[in-house]
Design a protein around this ligand. Structure first.
Ligand SMILES: Nc1ncnc2c1ncn2[C@@H]1O[C@H](COP(=O)(O)OP(=O)(O)OP(=O)(O)O)[C@@H](O)[C@H]1O
Ligand SMILES: [Mg+2]
Length: 487
């Protein structure tokens, strides 16, 4: 992994030495940061991190062969192929570098946490703010004890905006991240029983999200989800710490309100009220949950004093991406009546599944087609896991899903809970499920594939995309639904 600012220098050796209390073997300057030689770029500072399985120190020479400007190490190799920055502990030094990057920055910094929707919100915000200034944002879900300092360390001193995703599996993990990021504006997307296996209660999750206030100043502002059952709890926690609260949601008292939302199969038309300003726009990512996440993006633009029109125009261009709602049309023998594949394989939790089924319900199958859900285990739910899976039977019925195919030990409980006419096959793994699913499809079907990342539902997606009749991969779907815009 590598984060880059083009050809702009982000660190020179003297500044990095001061930040990390390290010593360089010779002067250097770097235009990016890398902790993985598979994705390293010319000019990067390679940081040799010791992981559970690998030690980055083994890859220092490879980093130089691939054009690293310097390598930060705690154990210098005998014949390094370039300048070294020698530090006591590379993980600690990366955190120090990240904090120094934050300290020298004049950017408006936005920290995002929440049970679901962090990455989606971060991506919408990054697109919106990129229209207004130089924007630096976390890649993917780099939201933990190494992802956050790594992203910070890679922020250019000239950035106008910095956007940081912060995640957690346990209490007391957000506090140190927020102290590093020191957000001017925080967003808590939502609180829900996700990653609950390490918590005694849902309130514990709400409190863990509230740790984001620990890294904020008195003039900081948090955007809180007004419709969430923990809103009042979070608001009280923010106020105790002197953090200003701006709320977003459907609630009549929300400061940023969803006045109207016309939900269609391939997007939503939204009327929002943003602290006195009417903002109308179209999102090409469907679902009310996404529309509500977008309100927090409008809120961050408003609070930071950005040009709302420009930001919204950028927001309107965003398309769903692979693993996160991307749609493709598959020709399985009748080109006039394709199968619609919805790739939701990147992530899943009970709330996210329900939100995804509501989107599936909006999509009408083609002639003779059916709505089919292909589902893998939702992980990290603790002892409630089996019940949470079985409880999906009702929302699947409500969404008008005709057939449900499942894999994984937890999804077996859903399989068993389904009425016979909805029950597809169940298999132990996604690989085994991928072998049978192609034979199930008929022209006109709408197929949604979803599961936690670790359930590897991408294997099913790739199998379907490679079916005979596809030209390498499926074509983008653009024919369905009631809106003019293509997805
Ligand atoms: N407000 C919401 N309510 C319910 N589901 C949501 C909401 N926002 C996003 N989702 C769904 O939750 C899933 C995860 O979204 P996303 O990857 O943005 O979350 P995340 O918080 O970054 O997750 P992670 O903790 O894995 O990094 C997706 O399926 C997405 O559509
Ligand atoms: Mg994420």
């Amino acid at each position: 992994m590598s984060q880059h600012t083009g050809s702009q220098t982000i660190w020179i050796s003297a500044e990095a030495e001061a930040a990390t209390q390290g010593k360089s073997t010779q002067p250097w300057q770097a235009t990016g940061i890398s902790i993985d030689t598979r994705t390293i770029k010319q000019g990067d500072l390679f940081i040799a991190i010791k992981g559970d399985k690998m030690d980055g120190h083994q890859f220092v020479n490879e980093a130089f062969q691939k054009g690293a400007a310097a390598a930060m190490v705690s154990q210098p190799p005998s014949n390094a192929g370039g300048p070294l920055l020698v530090v006591g502990d590379t993980m600690k030094a990366m955190q120090d570098l990240g904090m120094a990057a934050r300290f020298r920055s004049h950017a408006t910094v936005i920290g995002i946490t929440g049970s679901v929707g962090k990455t989606g919100t971060k991506e919408m915000l990054a697109v919106a703010l990129s229209a207004l200034g130089q924007t630096h944002a976390s890649k993917g879900s780099f939201n933990n004890h190494w992802g956050v300092p790594y992203t910070l360390a890679a922020m250019h001193p000239g950035s106008d905006y910095g956007i940081f995703e912060m995640g957690m599996n346990h209490a007391h993990e957000i506090t140190p991240l927020s102290k590093m990021v020191h957000p001017d504006i925080a967003i808590i997307t939502t609180v829900a029983p996700v990653h609950i296996e390490n918590f005694a209660s849902e309130q514990g999750i709400a409190d863990a999200k509230a740790e984001i206030f620990d890294g904020m100043d008195h003039n900081g502002t948090v955007l809180l989800p007004h419709d969430n059952k923990w809103f009042a709890h979070l608001k009280a926690a923010a106020m105790t710490r002197g953090v200003k609260v701006v709320s977003f949601g459907q609630h009549a008292d929300a400061d940023i309100r969803l006045v109207d939302c016309l939900e269609a199969a391939n997007g939503s038309r939204i009327k929002a009220w943003v602290q006195g300003e009417n903002v109308d726009f179209t999102l090409l990512i469907p679902g009310r949950h996404i529309a509500i996440n977008a309100l927090s993006v409008l809120g961050a633009v408003k609070i930071s004093g950005g040009d709302m029109k420009k930001a919204v125009a950028a927001l309107e261009t965003i398309q769903p991406i692979a693993g996160r709602g991307k749609r493709e049309l598959l020709d399985i023998g009748d080109p006039s009546n394709p199968v619609t594949l919805i790739d939701e394989s990147y992530n899943a939790s009970p709330v996210a599944m329900r939100a995804a089924f509501k989107v599936l319900a909006l999509i009408d199958p083609g002639r003779g087609g059916r709505r089919i859900a292909i589902l893998g285990d939702m992980l990290e739910l603790g002892p409630n896991g089996p019940r949470e899976h079985a409880d999906l039977a009702l929302p699947l019925q409500t969404a008008g899903v005709n057939l449900v195919y499942t894999c994984g030990t937890l999804m077996k409980t859903l399989h068993d809970a389904l009425p016979a006419n909805q029950q597809g096959e169940h298999r132990a793994t996604s690989k085994e499920l991928a072998e049978i699913v192609p034979d199930v499809l008929t022209p006109g079907d709408v197929v949604m594939v979803k599961g936690s990342h670790g359930s590897r539902m991408d294997i099913v997606v790739e199998t379907l995309r490679a079916l005979p009749g596809q030209k390498n991969s499926g074509k983008p779907a653009n024919k369905k639904g009631g809106m003019d815009h293509a997805i």
